[in-house]
Design a protein around this ligand. Sequence first.
Ligand code: HEM
Ligand code: HEM
Length: 183
Amino acid sequence: MTTRDTPAAYGAVSRLNHWIGALFVILLLGIGLYFSDLPRGLEKTYWRSLHIAIGTIAIPFLLFRVFWRVRATSPLPPPQAPALQRLSNIVHALLLAGIVTMVVTGPLIQWFGGRAFGIFDVVQFASPLAKSELWHKRMEDIHGFVAWAIIWLLGLHLLGVIKHQFIDRDRLLARMTGRGLRG
Ligand code: HEM
Ligand code: HEM
């Protein structure tokens, strides 16, 4: 098993990064959308704290995931129309940019709100920033907007995967799960 990417396949680190990262992002999107609609109260506080705890655990992982993708030489794209290739590159880049934006704005929502963030009572990172309602609101708006952008991009991403799997039948999904492209 190769650790690094080759022209034909993703290496083990990229594959692990992709799937663990996808799990974190989907979990955080689900919990975030769920509690954002709840009325103020204990239940909302619980889900909000859980979101922040999982988000805090995810921060180093997701930053490493993006760093690794930017540094590693990605495998060669499968043969397809140049416009679709460009679209796929753009969607991947925007998803990575979206991840970075979320892990930066999440903690800043808390810090500009004059609160710490962390993993329940286990570890909390106190705010080094002055409280600011304006910036708290701005960070909240960006976090919410980018969450929805990620959802739409994910829709496009999955449409692409389905196209490759069932129309092109080029086993693109297989190279993200450990096997190479056909041919
Ligand atoms: C990829 C990572 C993340 C995703 C996909 C994500 C997703 C979301 C979503 C969908 C919401 C609800 C937004 C809305 O109001 O419509 C939310 C809210 C929130 N997230 Fe995240 N989040 C991520 C990372 C983080 C991190 C790392 C933290 C902090 C450590 C964090 C802290 C918060 C907070 C405090 C809110 C509540 C904002 C409010 O009260 O309106 N998030 N997040
Ligand atoms: C659970 C459903 C998902 C499936 C089935 C899936 C499938 C795939 C496949 C097959 C590739 C390889 C494309 C290629 O070889 O060119 C890929 C790449 C990629 N996916 Fe996903 N994906 C999923 C979720 C996600 C999520 C949630 C994100 C991030 C928010 C994401 C971000 C990326 C990125 C940035 C790439 C480019 C390579 C890399 O950096 O890992 N994917 N995905």
